[in-house]
Design a protein around this ligand. Structure first.
Ligand SMILES: [Zn+2]
Length: 74
């Protein structure tokens, strides 16, 4: 039961992270050459999801909808 709840909650975030990492953190550097500030459609609610990718390859993101996707330094 906890697994299902966990998956429902983590799924869209993992999906957004995968999309961003695939686009900006490709091998061999696994990081962008310059910091990226952009946005995409939120995989959960389809609103605007703003995100940042640091040159270290870490990402932070936040959906404009309240109580939706939000993460930092992953
Ligand atoms: Zn959202």
């Amino acid at each position: 039961m906890t697994t299902a709840a966990f998956s429902a909650r983590i799924g869209p975030t993992a999906q957004a992270l995968a999309t961003i990492k695939n686009r900006y953190c490709a091998p061999p550097s696994y990081a962008p050459t310059e910091q990226v500030q952009s946005h995409m459609d939120c995989p959960r609610c389809k609103s605007r999801l703003n995100f940042t990718v640091l040159v270290s390859g870490q990402t932070s993101g936040r959906c404009v909808a309240s109580d939706c996707l939000r993460w930092s330094m992953q």
